[in-house]
Design a binder for this molecule. Structure first.
Ligand SMILES: *Cc1c(COP(=O)(O)O)cnc(C)c1O
Length: 496
């Protein structure tokens, strides 16, 4: 099968190479496969594959204009000793639930899963399309994407990367990880706004024709490492396939038995990957979408109305502090029966009025999802209770997922085998995690708390977070949210 990509807002045909290089379609839409491929190997056949083998197989289904050798090469370079666990994503089982730990990469958050491989997709795509311009990666981050992208692209030839983060929206550890970033092609900028401002600024730069042609003239082609890039989405499908295979292997389920998946959700990338895995043939019954107090998605799944007209709250799960979940557009496209006009209209309403409503047919299809949310105090309580009862420590984002899972079970009585997606190391959000298990956090820096948390919970500190406060600071640029384009020109030294 020859997979081609199209836009969610306009019928067109694009190769995967071009969709990876563009990031976002020029009509403002997101690239989606014209049809989602099916798994064509039996579970018996797949069961004993290791992570890299599953990755090669699944990614090969989507990147049909890459040769097998090119795909193998990308996978081998991405999923190696950078990950501190040999199995890449361990599944930690407790009876009917398993935590799928996606945070053993270089920056201790699940963003590493995709951003370890995206630079290799981009370099391969550049070579295949004989691109002469440099690729400029522009990325907005709510904290975790930024660092993972910087690590992924650091010193990758033919690329520069600029990361924008909200000044007040990231944890101390997250900020320190970014501003100590090494690499001659990396730039980090804080903006005086929230994540949505950063994301809008980046989208605006992409959609601004004049700015793009100016940058082309300066030898740059813009691309994105945000989860809108299809090269981010595809590698995320892999771990859902792999997770199911682990359940089979450990005889938690039999072939074909359905499971539920709970995903702590922000931009809707991770849970969308679970939806794709389901479409490919992984027997998933419900997709449980867990939000924090920024519960736009919870309301959406309840009412069919997406309404971002509300204040963004800063929570202890900052990587989910988002009001516009960009990747939802890809789901809307699928459940609309692939209707780009309809999606285009809905997205116009979203940018004009801040809201839209889906039609009845689409509402019906949304029943596949269950939306829930966790309040701040519930998140802390969840971490504490689970730690006290089971000795297992989760971070604030994972705790949002676990809390919503408990609500789901109570609400529905459904007790199927369930995968809880675990998206960050507890050490990345040390203050809240430490506080929740009774460590006195007053007058202590996050860095001091890392050590205390490790002692009390008897968990090793990930290498990248050890001694992070001693690293030299390399970046200290800030800008107003309106002047992101100007700052891009300035840091790259182009223009007047
Ligand atoms: C990015 C992130 C999320 C949200 O993932 P989306 O794909 O944006 O929905 C959840 N938890 C952590 C720790 C993250 O970094």
């Amino acid at each position: 099968m020859d997979i081609k990509y199209t836009s969610t807002r306009k019928n067109k045909k694009v190769s995967c190479v071009d969709s990876v290089l563009d990031g976002l379609s020029s009509d403002g839409g997101l690239y989606v496969p014209i049809s989602i491929p099916k798994l064509d190997k039996s579970f018996e056949e797949m069961k004993n594959m290791n992570y890299q083998e599953v990755a090669k197989y699944v990614i090969g289904k989507y990147f049909t204009d890459f040769t097998t050798e090119e795909i193998n090469n990308c996978v081998t370079k991405a999923y190696d000793e950078k990950f501190s666990k040999e199995e890449i994503v361990p599944l930690i089982n407790f009876d009917k639930i398993g935590f799928l730990e996606l945070y053993h990469g270089k920056t201790s958050a699940f963003k590493d899963m995709a951003l370890s491989i995206l630079p290799h997709f981009i370099v391969t795509s550049m070579e295949k399309s004989n691109l002469k311009n440099k690729i400029l990666i522009l990325t907005a981050t709510s904290g975790d994407t930024g660092k993972a992208a910087l690590e992924g692209f650091r010193d990758v030839e033919g690329t520069d990367i600029i990361v924008f983060y909200p000044e007040k929206g990231v944890s101390q550890v997250q900020e320190r990880q970014m501003i100590t970033q090494e690499g001659s092609n990396t730039f980090v900028v804080s903006i005086d706004g929230n994540f949505d401002d950063a994301q809008n600024g980046v989208k605006e730069a992409f959609n601004n024709y004049e700015f793009n042609s100016f940058m082309n003239g300066q030898g740059y082609q813009l691309s994105s490492a945000n989860s809108i890039n299809i090269g981010r989405l595809v590698p995320q499908i892999v771990y859902y396939v792999y997770g199911y295979l682990q359940l089979l292997k450990e005889e938690k389920v039999v072939v074909g038995e359905e499971i539920n998946v709970v995903v702590p959700t922000g931009n809707f990338g991770n849970i969308l990957a679970a939806y794709y895995a389901r479409e490919m043939g992984i027997p998933i019954d419900r997709l449980i979408c867990a939000s924090n107090e920024n519960n736009v998605l919870y309301d959406f799944f309840k009412t069919g109305v997406y309404d971002k007209n509300r204040e963004l709250k800063l929570t202890i799960s900052p990587s989910m502090d988002i009001l516009i979940s960009s990747n939802l557009e890809r789901l809307l496209y699928e459940i609309s029966g692939k209707n780009p006009e309809l999606i285009s209209n809905m997205m116009t309403e979203l940018s004009d009025k801040g809201k839209y409503e889906v039609n009845d047919e689409m509402k019906k299809k949304l029943e596949l999802f269950y939306g829930g949310y966790a309040k701040e105090e519930e998140v802390l309580e969840t971490i504490k209770t689970f730690f006290n009862e089971k000795g297992y420590l989760m971070d604030t984002h994972t705790a949002v997922a676990y809390n919503v899972y408990e609500k789901y079970k109570k609400d529905t009585g459904d007790n199927k085998q369930t995968i809880i997606v675990s998206t960050a190391s507890p050490f990345k959000f040390t203050r809240s995690v430490a506080e929740s298990i009774g460590i006195d956090v007053n007058n202590k820096t996050d860095f001091e708390l890392i050590g205390e948390l490790s002692k009390k919970a008897k968990v090793y500190i990930p290498n990248n977070l050890k001694d992070i406060e001693k690293l030299p600071i390399k970046h200290n640029i800030s800008c107003e949210k309106e002047s992101m384009k100007e700052i891009i020109e300035k840091v790259l030294n182009v223009g007047e």
